[in-house]
Ligand binder design. Structure first.
Ligand code: CAA
Length: 285
């Protein structure tokens, strides 16, 4: 049923995009990985080399397999290189206008039967779809951070997504070793709709000096068995990304629990964006 995807594209090589590139390459799929300029392309390449290098260091991947994996990825700053891809997934920052612009461009580059997917966490997939001439082939494919590790993908179906399109994307997610769920185009889909009120609440507690960051995180990690505490998770997600998600969900009519705690914006402005900048709620080496 699911057509065999042999070549896919990824636009945007930040934390999520670079992780998604790794997921495809690890599963034997050729990837065209696109960033906006040469410096950003290099950062994307480094992300893949470092991430797979850690797997080599841990004895989970041989050097030969690492080299094969990396060779499957063509890094470029030219969107035109995506023309032969059977699916392109966009993972640029959570800015609706930027995503719409990219989808309008992509529409003219890829073949008529190619699938266009967005990894958006909270923006309306329908709005992105209607920026193209054929919204039926547009779908959400939402991975979780770290993409190579988390085994879940939300496939977002808009009112116009063709049935065969989301079925094929679901099949692809399964082939990548993920458990897919199909969900409608609602702010935050399933996981983020549940997660972000909790994360924001934890930040508010920290901001009001209710408890220390270590104690807040220990409560949820050691007391409730979560793999990591909420402030450490904010650092993993990235405070800029978390801010955009909360702000979008709040503006889309969620309750005040989703109004971003002021300290998030302040930390983003100060460059404290979490692990990716070396400092967020915690400091990283
Ligand atoms: N990239 C690739 N692999 C990674 C990785 C990364 N960034 N981080 C960890 N890993 C791998 C490690 O290499 C290791 O692999 P092996 O078992 O093969 O050796 C494995 O993951 C476990 O890592 P560690 O032993 O270093 O650490 P850990 O056991 O504490 O796990 C964790 C780290 C997987 C991040 C775990 O703490 C966890 O599951 N945290 C919760 C993550 C989470 O909630 N993600 C969802 C965020 S919300 C989201 O993504 C949605 C959105 O739209 C923003």
């Amino acid at each position: 049923m699911a057509r065999d995807f042999t070549k896919v594209g990824v636009i945007g090589l930040g934390t999520m995009g670079a992780g998604i590139v790794e997921v495809f390459a690890r599963n034997g799929i050729d990837v065209v990985a696109v960033e906006v300029d040469d410096d950003a392309v290099e950062r994307g390449r480094e992300h893949l080399t470092n991430s797979t290098g850690r797997a080599v260091a841990r004895g989970k991947l041989s050097e030969e397999d690492q080299a094969t994996l990396v060779s499957r990825v063509q890094f470029t700053s030219e969107m035109a290189a995506l023309k032969d891809c059977q699916l392109v997934i966009e993972a640029v920052p959570e800015k609706l206008e930027l995503k719409k612009e990219i989808f309008a461009k992509l529409d003219a580059i890829v073949a008529e039967d190619a699938i266009l997917a967005t990894n958006t966490s909270s923006l309306p997939v329908t709005e992105i779809a209607v920026a193209t001439s054929n919204p039926k082939r547009v779908v959400g494919m939402h991975f979780f951070n770290p993409a190579p590790v988390m085994q879940f993908v939300e496939v977002i179906k808009t009112v116009v997504t063709a049935d065969d399109i989301f079925e094929r994307v679901k099949g692809l997610a399964e082939r990548l070793g993920k458990r897919p769920v199909v969900v409608g185009d609602k702010a935050g889909f399933i996981a983020n709709a549940l997660l972000f009120g909790y994360l924001n609440h934890a930040v508010s507690m920290y901001e009001s000096k209710y408890a220390t960051r270590e104690d807040i995180d220990a409560a949820m990690k050691l007391g409730c068995g979560y793999p990591m505490g909420p402030l450490a998770l904010m650092d993993l997600i990235g405070l800029d990304t978390a801010y955009e998600i909360l702000d979008t969900m709040y503006k889309q009519g969620r309750d005040r629990l989703h109004a971003p705690s002021p300290i998030i914006k302040q930390m983003v402005s100060a460059g404290l964006r979490g692990r990716k900048t070396g400092r967020g709620f915690y400091t990283y080496a």
